[in-house]
Each structure stands twice: as C-alpha cells, then as structure tokens.
Design a protein around this ligand. Structure first.
Ligand code: ADP
Ligand code: MG
Length: 370
C-alpha cells in the first residue's frame, strides 16, 4: 500500500468533496480546556489501496508522532474492512463478501461480525429506500462493470448492454432472499444466481468505523475523506468554528471547480454523482449508479451530497437520493433527519433548510432574498 505524509497541499483529488483549507501545517495556540494552552499542529496524509479510492486524513495533534498513531488506526481499519467487503479478491484466512457470493444457494456461511453488520445495514437500506439501494443487484452491476472496463480500456469498444442481457443476468435480486442469522453469525443467499455488490454502502460504513476507532484512540480534531465520503471529528484546532468542506462541481471539462463550501463540525458528508465512474457512448454518459427498476443508470440528477451524523447512513441516503425522483428523495431525507443538496440535470441547485444554513451558497442566496 502506498502512503504519503504531506504537510503541504492536499493533492487535487478527483473526488466529489475536496478540502480547500489552508495548505501548510498551521501552528496555533488553542485552548482545549479552560486555562490550558495547547500547541496543535495540522498534519495531512493520504493513502491508496482501499475501496478503490484515495483516502486523505487531516488532524490537529500535538506532534507528528501523535498524528502518525492516528493515521495508522485509520489505515488499519480501512484496510481490514476493505478486505472483508471485497467482492473481487480472496485473502488468506478471511471470509468476506466474495465468500458469501460463492456460497450462494448453498448452506449458511459463518461470517465475521463486521460482514454481518454490513449486510444488516444493507437490509435496512433496502427497506428504507423502497428497494432503490439494493446490494443484490450484483449480477446487473457486474455486466455494467464489464462494459465500463472495456470502454475505458479502448473507446472503440464502448457499447451499451441491452436490456435482455441485463435482465437475464439479473436472476434473483430481492434482498428478502438474503437470510441473516444473528445468533449463529451466518448469511445465506437463497438462490445460486444471487450476487451481492456492496459498493453503495461499504465505503461509508468503513469510514464510520474508522472514525469511531480513531476517536477511541484519542483523536479530538480531524477529518477523513475517502473519495467523497467525508467524516469530521470535532473542531479544527486553529480557532475556526467549523471545518470548511468544498463541494466539487461535476467535471464539465473545466477541472475541479468548487460550487459550494460547507461549514461542518462532527458528522459526515457523502456525495453520489454521475461523474465519478462512467463511460461514454455517442453523446450519452453511462455512469455507475443503476436504477433497479430500469437496470440502466439513474436519470435526472448530476450529483447529490447528503449530511448526516452517521457516515454509513449518509452513504445509503446519497445513493438513494441520486436514484429516487427528487420529490420522493426529499421526503426520505427529511424522514431520516438528514440534510442534502441536489444538483439537478437542468442545472438547478435544490437544498434542504439545514443544508442552506451550513452552506456558503445557501447563505448568500438567502442574503439576496431568495
Ligand atoms: P461511490 O461508491 O462512487 O462513492 P455510491 O455510494 O453512490 O458512489 O455507490 C455506487 C456504487 O454502488 C456503484 O459503483 C455500484 O457498485 C453500486 N450500485 C449502483 N447502483 C446501485 C443500486 N441501485 N443499489 C445498490 N448498489 C448500487
Ligand atoms: Mg452510497
């Protein structure tokens, strides 16, 4: 795994949420407890190799050794969960989601507690989103994955799968056919043609667990960004009242343009967008978030960012809010006590009241009397 500690710039990342705050380790006097001045320095690092994305970690700590201790906790937890949630690779001695897929139609498989927790989350997500977020779409997602890889390897090979191919590959895709036995720690996919793809929820879940671990280890002030899944701990210890999170515009050929800046303390911001993974055929962009009703990429929204105290929930809701019609998505966001901003296909920006209060774009629109 490659890793780099950078006190300087956080590299311009091809992710939906970037962190545009100051680029050098800040040295500042901070009052952690009344009467006790503490020197806190800002450190940043990033590493690759988990969840198909770069993970960046920033924290205010007393020195570099303390920062490295926390970095290791984050990296270890992300690595451990990556292996458990992997659908493509085997790891010696590890029963993971790939193992669950391979045991489809067979006897119940005993799995580690984190796999059980993730799959329970998946069941809840399926119920909460009316089936929009469905990890049992594995076979159709794998057809799309193959077409995307071939198109990206050589654009002359860019093709769109037919509905017949997608639906015949799909087979059983009701998550009700995934049997979880908490008592015995087992999972069983009832039919041999069932396959799970946990891409819509695994990263948010992993970031949530990593943040919990690093808080237990003592972190008071930091931020983890795993390719658009951002989770924030405490306040930045440089006197500001919140972290500034830049929301990146969908890539329209102009590079990474920040369309909004959010002020966040504790909690998560997760983005789903049509510009993260895609291929192009003719004039059409075929992105990676699939509407279970059509088996084709969801339409109508360019990007949505969801704020919620829990990163797992924010990840579920951002994928769902991308797929569901805007009015339905808005109700779902309200019901779960989340906040969100949508960039609709026609360029309109829609936001919830809570988002507006935290957002620079929202506040300035408010000042203009909108
Ligand atoms: P990202 O992983 O790019 O941050 P998302 O959280 O929105 O974005 O998840 C997208 C991934 O989820 C896809 O790459 C695919 O693996 C999977 N996926 C796509 N559509 C669905 C769906 N309707 N239900 C469940 N998983 C999906
Ligand atoms: Mg998601």
């Amino acid at each position: 795994m490659r890793m780099r500690i950078a006190r300087a710039a956080i590299a311009a990342l091809a992710v939906a949420v970037i962190l545009p705050f100051s680029v050098f380790a800040a040295l500042g006097k901070v009052w952690l407890t009344p009467g006790a001045p503490v020197q806190a320095k800002k450190f940043s690092a990033e590493f690759f190799g988990t969840f198909d994305t770069v993970v960046s970690f920033t924290a205010f700590t007393k020195d570099e050794a303390e920062f490295e201790k926390y970095l290791e906790v984050v990296r270890d937890e992300m690595t451990r969960l990556h292996r458990l949630f992997d659908i493509y690779n085997d790891y010696e001695g590890i029963v993971n989601i790939k193992s669950v897929n391979e045991a489809a139609g067979m006897a119940p498989l005993k799995v580690p507690p984190e796999v059980l927790d993730l799959l329970e989350t998946a069941k809840e997500a399926y119920a909460d989103t009316g089936g929009a977020v469905n990890v049992a779409l594995g076979p159709a997602l794998s057809v799309w994955h193959g077409y995307r890889e071939r198109a990206l390897a050589n654009s002359a090979n860019a093709r769109v799968p037919s509905y017949a191919e997608l639906s015949s590959a799909s087979g059983h895709m009701s998550l009700d056919d995934m049997e979880i036995d908490r008592e015995n720690s087992t999972v069983r996919l009832r039919y041999p043609d069932m396959r799970l793809d946990v891409g819509a929820i695994a990263k948010g879940f992993a970031v949530q667990r990593a943040v919990e671990r690093v808080k237990e280890a003592g972190l008071k002030s930091g931020i983890v960004n795993a390719g658009g899944n951002v989770a924030v701990v405490g306040l930045p210890l440089d006197g500001r009242e919140a972290w500034s999170i830049g929301v990146q515009a969908p890539d329209d050929g102009t590079g990474s343009r920040v369309i909004d800046v959010l002020s966040l303390t504790d909690g998560a911001a997760v983005t789903s967008g049509n510009y993260q993974r895609y291929f192009i055929v003719g004039d059409t962009r075929y992105h990676h978030i699939i509407d279970p009703d059509t088996l084709y990429p969801a339409k109508g929204i360019k990007a949505v960012t969801v704020l919620h105290p829990d990163s797992t929930r924010a990840d579920v809701l951002s994928t769902a809010a991308f797929i569901l019609p805007y009015a339905e998505a808005r109700d779902m966001i309200a019901k779960h006590g989340a906040e969100a901003v949508w960039l609709l296909e026609d360029g309109r920006l829609e936001m919830t009241e809570g988002y507006r209060r935290l957002s620079r774009a929202g506040r300035s629109a408010g000042m203009r009397g909108k």
